[in-house]
Design a protein around this ligand. Structure first.
Ligand SMILES: Cc1ncc(COP(=O)(O)O)c(C=O)c1O
Length: 454
């Protein structure tokens, strides 16, 4: 008998509902209207997103049905496999049992299509044929471009300039799917022009690219905005990951002591971990959840918990979240998808309620962990995902020191096939650890919006 490696579910086991952690949290903080400071209502969101998504954004229902056409497209790559990392366990000589849920088998190469498909579906149903969005590393932009191709929707992607130049193949993937990709800040929007007037060499940030995409949606009734990471409805859609993982853990006759996910805006972490947190809150099933974030953009470990804008220009609703300040520009480290100044409010809420922990990790250690993983398991992980691998390996080594055979599950949120130049930088010793710039953080935090109730 060979040792079992993959835990697979059938297509009929793709979840039928999404899971909403907001139903099980004691008191999630509302989104606030930036003008009045009053809690956001559905009508405040409909200039950007269709009414169904606006309702999901504000919902406290525990389960929301997944439309059949969305499940049908999910079946192109879902249920995603869960692997037992036996070769990694042996390489680390650890008594820990390590599992990973692999989202890199989606057509775009990450977890992001789980929400891109759902958002494109609802927009198409609402008669919208144009979507605007931002992207950092290009994973989200590729995923929305894929969804646009599937639902015949024109997609415009504002890609953070530093990534646009570092990752030409991500841009080409978006164009192959039929999208238009623009380096941000761009001259196409007020927000972009204002930033360029101040700093013509600005390398961009997710906050700036988000402002550009939201401005396009706001100024054109035929165009909507689609967010890939932070909004509640995005985390809702990603909950298929954790729900499948719970079923796969049952197949393995095991249950995680520790769940690890990398956190940029929070959707991969939330998607994997929230169904486990729901089981903890409702059924008392103990689990330790760790968010792995980059030391160069340490939102959860060093940010301030406050109301702030999701974008740099201040177009979005105000979100109660851990933030480094909406004008914060992190150093140009390679995990472009983790360069966001804020965090999903539901993830921030979970941290505030001690339901999760957060650890900041340095990029050279993450790439080293990614290489250890690739050489043991064969999959080259996305730079973002290496943050989760680094934390999972640390925990596995602690198990070795303490002689405790814990069960560790981590999210392998994407593959790194478009990121080999970053691996090259690591392999040739050119990669440096850039610390978070204290002065930059203090400057950006001094700029938090002041308003009644903030
Ligand atoms: C592979 C991968 N993992 C994780 C992330 C981080 O985003 P989030 O925190 O929304 O999952 C990204 C973002 O682009 C990504 O591409």
């Amino acid at each position: 008998m060979t040792d079992r490696i993959k835990y697979l579910l059938g297509e009929d086991e793709i979840p039928r509902t999404w899971y909403n952690l907001a139903a099980d949290l004691p008191n999630p903080e509302p989104l606030l209207h930036p003008g009045t400071g009053a809690p956001i209502v559905v009508d405040d969101l409909t200039p950007f997103i269709p009414e169904v998504l606006a309702r999901q954004e504000l919902s406290r229902e525990r389960e929301i049905e997944i439309p059949e056409p969305v499940r049908q497209i999910y079946a192109q790559w879902r249920p995603s496999p869960m692997f037992r990392a036996r070769r990694l366990e042996r390489a680390l000589d650890t008594p820990a049992r390590i599992y990973y849920k692999y989202e890199g088998g989606s057509p775009a190469g990450s977890h992001k299509p789980n929400t891109a498909i759902a958002q494109a579906y609802y927009n198409k149903e609402a008669g919208i044929n144009r979507l605007a969005t931002e992207t950092g590393a290009g994973q989200w932009g590729s995923s929305l471009s894929l969804a646009g191709a599937m639902f015949d929707i024109d997609v415009q992607v504002f890609m953070v300039k530093v990534s646009y130049h570092q990752k030409p193949y991500r841009r080409l993937l978006m164009e192959t799917y039929g999208a238009r990709c623009v380096a941000s800040p761009s001259v196409e929007t007020e927000a972009g022009r204002a930033i360029l007037a101040e700093d013509p060499d600005c390398s961009g940030s997710l906050g700036i690219a988000t402002s550009e995409a939201m401005e396009v949606a706001l100024n054109d009734p035929a165009t909507n905005y689609a967010g890939g990471s932070v909004p509640n409805h995005v985390l809702l859609h990603q909950s298929v990951i954790g729900q499948e993982a719970i079923a796969q853990m049952a197949l393995a006759d095991d249950y995680p002591d520790i769940v690890v996910g990398c956190a940029g805006g929070g959707s991969n972490l939330g998607g994997l971990a929230f169904p486990f947190l729901g089981a903890k809150l409702r059924e008392g099933k103990e689990v330790r959840v760790i968010a792995a974030e980059p030391a160069a953009c340490p939102t959860l470990t060093r940010g301030k918990l406050a109301y702030d804008f999701g974008d740099t220009a201040g177009i979005s609703p105000l979100l109660k979240m851990h933030t480094l300040g909406r004008t914060f520009i992190p150093p140009s480290f390679h995990a472009g998808g983790l360069r966001y100044h804020g965090m999903a409010p539901l993830v921030s809420d979970a941290l505030m309620n001690n339901l999760i922990e957060a650890e900041a990790v340095k990029q050279t250690a993450c790439f080293a962990a990614g290489i250890t993983f690739a050489r043991a398991e064969g999959i080259v992980p996305a730079p973002e995902s290496t943050h989760a691998i680094e934390v999972a390996i640390r925990e596995a080594l602690r198990c070795r020191e303490e002689g405790t055979p814990k069960t560790i599950l981590f999210g392998l949120s994407g593959h790194g096939h478009f990121d080999l130049s970053a691996y090259e930088a690591h392999l040739t010793g050119a990669l440096r650890d850039e610390d978070c710039d204290e002065a930059e953080m203090a400057r950006a935090l001094a700029d938090l919006p002041g308003f009644p109730g903030a």
